[in-house]
Design a protein around this ligand. Structure first.
Ligand SMILES: [Cu+2]
Length: 261
């Protein structure tokens, strides 16, 4: 536990050297984003707290909530989580979680996680990233635009699977169910193989803003997993060692693009 905490601080100071202290992303990466009738019904989910483009790991605690919304049913999956150690691109190990889920019915499955508040010493703030990913089961394209009802949430306006590289993706940023005008959205590619060359630090995290209706737009330039993190400050503060600090609430959504071959 203590070692993990030290490793976390080291991980984030590395991020600071690279100039991207804020680019933490909660992640839920499924083994498949579209499961056909002919495929295995099993989906493996990887839960990480990471700097996805730089491949810098951080350790995460067991989440406060983890579940799936499908066909109008909200199912608690917290007890299915298994802790494991995930190696980052530098070869350091960090606490992560995985889960396995068997798809039973056709339709869209919205997997979501609410992590425990993470104290970030470098920012003197708590971070809570409410994170979603959508898996389509057996071709029935229904449910991807449902709201889970998280404190903050990106609701997709573009169907979040079956996306080509270079497609434009749009979503609306909500806090307490209401769109947030001009909300800041950070975008990162999950550079899991470490093969993306970064000409300057500004390429690590793309920064965009939602419009007056809370709608953001981004075109994803290559195949793989892309994370969108809409960041806002909670109206409540949290206490750390007797002092109150701000809480960054992030609405994170992961989508996968595929190259046209
Ligand atoms: Cu970090």
């Amino acid at each position: 536990m203590k070692l993990n905490k030290i490793a976390t601080v080291v991980g984030c100071s590395l991020g600071m050297v690279a100039g991207s202290v804020s680019a933490h992303f909660q992640m839920i990466i499924p083994s498949d984003d579209m499961v056909a009738q002919s495929e295995s019904r099993n989906v493996d989910l990887d839960l990480l707290f990471w700097h996805p483009m730089e491949g810098i790991g951080m350790s995460m605690d067991k989440p406060a909530r983890f579940g799936v919304l499908a066909s109008g049913n909200d199912q608690d999956l917290l007890s299915s989580l298994k802790a494991y150690q995930k190696k980052d691109l530098q070869g350091a190990e960090f606490a992560a979680y995985s889960a396995s889920y068997t798809l039973k019915r056709p339709g869209d499955h919205i997997f979501y996680v609410e992590p425990k508040p993470y104290w970030e010493p470098a920012e003197e703030a708590f971070i809570v990233h409410y994170t979603k990913v959508i898996v389509n089961a057996f071709g029935l394209e229904e449910g991807w635009d449902e709201e889970v009802g998280l404190k903050t949430e990106i609701v997709p306006l573009t169907r979040p699977y079956g996306l080509w590289s270079n497609n434009v993706f749009q979503g609306v940023v909500k806090v307490n169910g209401q769109p947030v005008p001009y909300s800041e959205v950070e975008v990162e590619f999950y550079n899991d193989k470490g093969d993306v060359k970064l000409p300057a630090d500004a390429f690590i995290t793309q920064v965009i803003k939602a419009d007056a209706n809370g709608v953001f737009t981004y075109a994803m330039p290559r195949e793989g997993w892309w994370g969108f993190a809409a960041l806002n400050e909670d109206d409540k503060k949290m206490s750390h060692e007797g002092k109150d600090y701000p809480v960054e609430i992030g609405a994170v959504l992961w989508v996968r693009t595929h190259d046209m071959k």
